[in-house]
Design a protein around this ligand. Structure first.
Ligand SMILES: [Zn+2]
Length: 103
């Protein structure tokens, strides 16, 4: 039998098939066919509900947002490292100046 897609009604992956039907163990949805294989094809080609399409689109948007946030974090990490090395140099220069003055 073909690999089953998540339940088209509730999105659960807890689905199974036997005796000419495919069913969801979570919401009890079921699709029948002439054979279990045919029921599986029907199950896998069933259109997503508008709510599921919306959820898929939201998921993609959130992934893009996440990438932007990760980019921003790595930029900040680089800037922070640069800032630390500048501070280190200033501290060293200050120590050298203090020695040179003989304080
Ligand atoms: Zn379900």
């Amino acid at each position: 039998m073909a690999e089953l897609k998540p339940c088209p009604f509730c999105g659960s992956t807890d689905v199974g098939g036997s005796q000419c039907k495919i069913y969801c163990y979570v919401c009890n949805a079921e699709i029948r066919g002439e054979t279990t294989e045919q029921a599986a094809v029907k199950w896998n080609t069933r259109a997503l509900t508008p709510a599921q399409q919306h959820a898929d689109e939201m998921y993609l948007c959130l992934q893009e947002e996440l990438e932007l946030i990760q980019d921003a974090i790595s930029q900040l990490t680089l800037k922070s490292a640069l800032f630390s090395s500048v501070v280190e140099r200033i501290v060293k220069d200050d120590e050298l100046l203090t020695k040179a003055r003989g304080d």
